[in-house]
Ligand binder design. Sequence first.
Ligand SMILES: [Zn+2]
Ligand SMILES: [Zn+2]
Length: 742
Amino acid sequence: MTGRPSYDPQALEPARQQTWQERGDFDAPKPSEGQERVYVKPSSPFTSGNLHMGHVRDYSIGDAYARFRRGRGDAVLFSFGFDAFGLPAELAAIERQEPPAEWVARCGERMLGQMKRLGFSFDYDRVFYSSDEGQYRWSQWLFNTLWARGLIYRDDATVDWCDTCQTTLASIQVEDGRCWRCHNEVRLIRRPTWFLRITPYLEENDRNTQALVDGGKWDDLSLATQRYILGRSDGVELELQGDGGRSLTAFTPHRKFAGLASFVLLSPRHPEVDAWISDAAREELERMRSGGWERSARDARSVPLVAAGASIAGPGGEQLPVAISPLVDARFGPTAALGIPAVDEADRDLAERLESVEVPPAPDDGKERLAPAPVESAREATRYRANDFSISRQRAWGCPIPVILCEQCGPVPVPDQNLPVVLPRDLQPTGEGNPLAERPDFVEVECPKCGGAARRETDTLDCHFDALWLWVPAAVPPEARDEQMFTHPDLQDWLPSERLVAGNDSGGFVFDQRVVTKALRDIGPFAFMEEGEPFAGCLFHEMVIADGRKMSKHLGNVVNPDELVAAHGADTVRLAVLYAAGPAKTLNWSEGAIKFASRFLRTLWNYTHERVAGLEELTHDSEAAADTEHMRDRLRKWCENGLSRITEDTAELQMHKSIRNITRLFERIQDFEKRVVKRRGALDRADAEAQLAALVLLARTLLPFAPHVAEELLVALGVEDSTETLEVWPVAAEIPVEAAAL
Ligand SMILES: [Zn+2]
Ligand SMILES: [Zn+2]
């Protein structure tokens, strides 16, 4: 065949992307009456300056799903915001000696360019940065709103401190007890810290997790992270009586053996801990607290442990010594637990360290089964390991906490109408100390309450706090975000998000986003989300590795998406990433997937163009056509079966299966031709028409995965080049079968 265009993704793809942009194909539409609304939420990238293969995986899945839903006639919102505050950007800016704001803007621009070249169908007009003033103003509003409801509080906490650098450190900046920057030993200090209170919503998160299972739109991986973070333990609790009528509620997961308790273990955060501690033990507890119990090992043989010097009557009336250890927190949250060394290995390790506790003989390899010893007065109980966490940092590149510290009034919120508290735009972090605290223009301020001289809080919010609502702004038109970020009517169109697609390390973010959604439901703005769930569906995918190892510069095994796109085109890279592994599996990158995808797309391209060009030469003969009617009918059935499988797999975001079935369908279409030729020597025009109709169907199913080439093929097959005609997911295999069809 002569004159067929060669497959040239480097020319074809940018041209298609230009068309999409000019037509505004991916602008979030105003949903029409009765139209299903689908907000596909991809992960929010850090402004690192480079997409990595994990991003390519994430966005290829989300993009395929967004395009699939658009093709089905749904209103689709597909956009995101950059997670732009935080340590990685601050460290990069320090290294380059430029203001973080400039570094972040440059990184974002570059990453957006990469995304566009990969053909991701985001509504780019809705993309935002968490470090924009218009954005973090609402982070500050959220802080004030949660604080007013008691869901944020200020408390003393232990933090890592470097004397040389004069700063507190985030835990990831402490390596083997030393400062990441100067390698001096760090010490723990206590300082006032802001906490997010999540405990009031743990039970509801727990209950709803079952509803999410029933909804069928959360995959196993994402559900597993929610259960793990929640850390639910079921068991029993009982009331223990101390001296002078004091009582203590103690929990154990060993409901059958509660009667064998030989000590009681209290969390250092237990609200009544002070009532159960002798003066001598109190000093020891203080030492333990300032000695870093927050960074406690979970190992019961080394975890901090203090004998409280008190005892309490056990279920059988015997005196049980009380001890204090953060091991309780790591297992059951800030509660009190029965120590039962006879059945619990960790308790056994602790008992060996407590002088006042007699250690029972080691269990005899199960030869002799322990007789159950339940306690009659015990009642069913549940504990959660998840707990309140600190949200303030002494870092410069973060959202300023909207609080004024007044000696007369204490901490006072900056009134909402005075937000945002602007982070100085020329701030240049050095890595030493907190530059905010050294800026009188930022620090010195009048108290909004008494009018006296006061200081601004110079801690900033951890970027985990920004992330609590990072899924919201995309649902609000950019021009309305200043006034209506949490009240715009479109929020009710798009929320909850139909599907979150994110890496499997996002479980913590998602858990806390679920908490904050419930808080905002109860406070008012999100009252329309009755379940308090931000995501109706969730797909977590595993990471991308190479040579069986995590990609790292050090190992020299980093795969650069830009180089792949330059060598093979975006469609090939996307198809390869999607085909190589199901989302629940780690993707071990290999050239094999690229070779497969490249060969498939080239073969399909050439095959389709040859068949289109060859149609003119074919004639119609009604007798010949009648003789192959049953073959065309079989082709139609193959197409029907293929379509229904591909539709089902794509709806469940199992894109690797979809692509496998697309390649199989292509084989069938080729097979049809071979069979007809074998029978009749050549295709009748009716056969060719049926085959081209099958190729149209095939290209339509390929479109979400390899959109550029699929659209070009559709246009070559005679489909009009417009949004309405190209963006269509087939509902039936419309293959002309009847011999008299022509
Ligand atoms: Zn240091
Ligand atoms: Zn005051």
